[in-house]
Write a protein that binds this ligand. Sequence first.
Ligand code: CDP
Ligand code: MG
Length: 180
Amino acid sequence: MRAKHAQAKKSRKRAEMDGGPMIERTLVLLKPDAVQRGLMGEIISRFEKVGLKIIGAKLVWIDREQSKKHYNAHVGKKFYKVLEDYIVQGPVLALVLEGVQAVENVRKMAGPTEPLKAAPGTIRGDFAHISMAHADTTNKSIANLIHASGTVDEAQKEIALWFKDNELHSYKTAHEEHVF
Ligand code: CDP
Ligand code: MG
């Protein structure tokens, strides 16, 4: 517990160097199912409404090599093959969001990995309902609409993998006066 706390403190310290106290950046991917189901606007709108700032955005159709880089921690796991098939099946919308403890906030809004467990109000809970058990019977990945970085360290690595520095923008939002 203490180690976890120290790690969080260290991560926070690093994040503070980027954009001021507790301002973090996080990588979001709206996965091929979100794009193909026409849910991009609906999901982006949720981030805008809570006052998170979109500082990078692009539609990218990744290949298997990029999938292995992004999901490096999962390569070799039982579900990796179906995950790769899922993520390369069409373009994804890659976003970088910035805000107060953005990593934790965006994970909260996404909800847990398994839509069955994701509460109404979360992105995965509102737009999907499938379970791990069901996915196992179909030999498909869990189509859960969104990827969001899990930690500040992960976010920094993932943002560097998906975006060049000149694709990230610094500007003021109207929200900022009220939210930050
Ligand atoms: O995306 P998240 O961080 O919530 O979950 P993860 O454990 O990092 O897994 C990455 C992605 O792999 C998930 O979002 C699912 O789309 C997929 N996955 C799967 O299809 N079956 C599993 N048993 C675990 C993950
Ligand atoms: Mg993950």
